[in-house]
Design a protein around this ligand. Structure first.
Ligand SMILES: Nc1ncnc2c1ncn2[C@@H]1O[C@H](COP(=O)(O)OP(=O)(O)OP(=O)(O)O)[C@@H](O)[C@H]1O
Length: 381
């Protein structure tokens, strides 16, 4: 569906000191350094990597907002950009027909919810513009998908942050683009809202089967959402694979370390109770707050960030879920926290604790992870 071949994009870097011959040579930053990507029909494909690795520049190049130095970009066989030593072809962004949602909500504040979504249809060229009635139907249908239909008449600014972001999505989807580009669309939202919108985004993407490219620096978000992930560093792709490939079989040290700052616990779904999912792991049963409902017996992975793992040298208590027993391997002070590595059965778990919690190697400890702080990653996705 989306094919990127040998894409290169450089920017003028900081100016260098004047040379002996009086020239000032400007160094160039290779923001995207010869990358090739093939996104399949219906996939949610994620570009993942640390700040400055070239994710946004890649996405902006697909959108037509950056003009690459060389390479080729095509969507469904239609060339959007082709450049190199000879002639360059660069289709302007407004002729690419792609859906885009960026970090800032980018809704039109002076318009009502309905009009925000109707606008992209109203400005379509004469031949392809639907009639007034068809526009109203399309707008209401996409507002329903995003659960905003009841707010159609409201001023866009009078929506909550999550609703505004859903509105931005509705607006990007209404023209039924062949490809949806999403640049950290959830990063301005608080953790709870991010979690629930992540599920909605995944549901919507699946239901509509819309091919999407998603940019994020958040490994857990990438693992939980994506069909496949490309991990980037310094403008290059370090590995492309399914979430499972990436965390189970990292190709190189960079990918292993970048993904490995989170903890992963494998298990199978045992059942549901009181809005919580019970997962059997080799360390016992863990509860996770999840809005998706995989079937009993399905294989899943639970992810926990190190700061979500609490440690104590007290024995487990009866009234608290998600307690594991382990033994401290190492601890290290990192300024405002103490990082511990704890051996639990056959695996090491990282816990980032308050400075007041500092447990010596070989101490037997109880690890506690709140069900709300575990992320469910369906494997086999
Ligand atoms: N307009 C620009 N002019 C000069 N350098 C740029 C420009 N845009 C990006 N860069 C540089 O290109 C590199 C890649 O930037 P890019 O924004 O694509 O990274 P990113 O992975 O999306 O980072 P972030 O997650 O912080 O947004 C960085 O070194 C950045 O400083």
């Amino acid at each position: 569906m989306l094919e990127i071949t040998n894409l290169v994009k450089t920017f003028a870097g900081d100016r260098q000191p004047r040379r002996e011959n009086g020239d000032r040579a400007a160094s160039r930053v290779r923001a995207v350094d010869d990358i090739s990507i093939d996104v399949r029909d219906g996939e949610l494909f994620t570009l993942l990597g640390p700040s400055g690795c070239g994710k946004t520049t890649t996405l902006r190049s697909v959108a037509g907002l950056e003009r690459p130095d060389s390479g080729e970009i095509s969507v469904a066989g239609r060339v959007l950009f082709s450049g190199g030593s000879s002639r360059t072809f660069h289709l302007p962004p407004n002729q690419r027909g792609l859906g885009m949602v960026f970090q800032s909500y980018a809704i039109w504040p002076h318009m009502k919810v309905f009009d925000n979504v109707a606008f992209p249809l109203q400005v379509m060229s004469r031949g392809s513009r639907p009639g007034k009635k068809a526009i109203a139907e399309k707008v209401m249908s996409v507002l329903e998908t995003m659960e905003l239909a009841h707010l159609a008449g409201r001023q866009a600014t009078k929506l909550s942050g999550g609703q505004q972001q859903r509105l931005a999505l509705a607006r990007a989807l209404v023209t039924e683009p062949p490809l949806l580009l999403l640049d950290e669309p959830l990063s301005n939202l608080d953790a709870k809202l991010r979690e629930s919108l992540r599920f909605e985004l995944k549901r919507m993407q699946r239901e509509l089967g819309i091919t999407s490219v998603y940019v994020t620096h958040d490994q857990i978000e990438a693992l939980a959402l994506s069909s496949r992930i490309a991990v980037m560093r310094d403008g290059k792709i370090m590995q492309t694979g399914t979430p499972r490939d990436i965390y189970e079989r990292p190709d190189n040290r960079f990918v292993a370390e970048f993904i490995g700052t989170s903890n992963f616990l494998s298990g199978t779904v045992a059942g549901h109770e009181n809005g919580l999912l019970a997962v059997d792991t080799e360390h016992g049963q863990l509860l996770v707050r999840a809005e998706v409902r995989p079937g009993t017996g399905e294989a899943v992975v639970l992810a926990a960030r190190p700061e979500a793992v609490a440690l104590t040298d007290q024995a487990p208590t009866h009234d608290t879920p998600n307690q594991l027993t382990g033994s401290v391997v190492t601890r290290s002070f990192v300024g405002d926290a103490v990082d511990h590595i704890v051996r639990v059965g056959g695996q090491e778990v990282r816990a980032r604790c308050e400075p007041s919690v500092s447990l010596a190697p070989s101490t037997t400890v109880t690890l506690r992870i709140d069900p709300a702080n575990l992320t469910l990653i369906p494997v086999g996705d």
